[in-house]
Design a protein around this ligand. Sequence first.
Ligand SMILES: NC(=O)c1ccc[n+]([C@@H]2O[C@H](COP(=O)([O-])OP(=O)(O)OC[C@H]3O[C@@H](n4cnc5c(N)ncnc54)[C@H](OP(=O)(O)O)[C@@H]3O)[C@@H](O)[C@H]2O)c1
Length: 237
Amino acid sequence: MNLAIIGYGKMGKTIEKIALDRGHKIVAKIDKLQNNDISILTEKGAEAAIEFTEPSSAFENLKYCIENKIPVVSGTTGWLDKYDALSEICQQEKGAFFYASNFSVGVNLFFKLNKLLAELMAQHNYTAKIEETHHTQKKDAPSGTAITLAQGILQRNKQYEKWALKDKGDENSLPIEAFRVNDVPGTHEITYHSEIDDISIKHTAHSREGFALGAVIAAEWLLGKTGVFGMQDMLKL
Ligand SMILES: NC(=O)c1ccc[n+]([C@@H]2O[C@H](COP(=O)([O-])OP(=O)(O)OC[C@H]3O[C@@H](n4cnc5c(N)ncnc54)[C@H](OP(=O)(O)O)[C@@H]3O)[C@@H](O)[C@H]2O)c1
């Protein structure tokens, strides 16, 4: 397919490589440095777009694609306060929008395991915490993946009312601690603690390839559909 890449940073470059390997053509790359305006997407005949930029840009980029009938996949984190508004626009425009806070298949299995463990632990006297580690250039904290993990725990375990960054919440908050370390693609660990023992589950990404592959497969899957979708729709988890 004719694919546009919006955001040509670490993820955009990995997506380009994987999309070319899978036989797609990159017809446009939109990035602040390349000074390309997003309006070239329609001129270049993009059949779908993949957007990995930054929290302050995602909403406008995605709105443009939806309003111009370009199916769009996004993995940008840190902008989800506007997710419901964008979903509404997508429904009104009969567009196609796919969002995942994490495109790795392994992480989506991990999301499911997290919910199962949260349900098992709900009747027992353990405290829970989430730790996430990412590279130092990451602009948001906690990560979108950590927030999805926290939401999974909050749905199944009524001990906590909300999540908060460590030391910023109260006794009803599920703590998330964010570490920033050079060259780490993304590590997430959930630990349940009691006086007697600890139980932990951990996911470690070894590279960005898994995220990029998932995003390209999502763009392939999205073609010909209308609506708002996520990994649970595509993977049928
Ligand atoms: N969902 C997932 O599976 C997943 C996986 C990894 C990362 N992410 C998320 O994806 C996003 C990008 O990550 P990354 O590691 O690729 O970051 P990055 O290396 O900083 O790349 C972001 C790129 O977007 C560009 N950009 C910023 N505003 C833009 C705009 N308005 N239009 C077009 N391009 C724009 C930036 O340009 P400048 O450098 O000139 O500012 C930069 O090249 C982050 O939100 C990250 O958390 C999600």
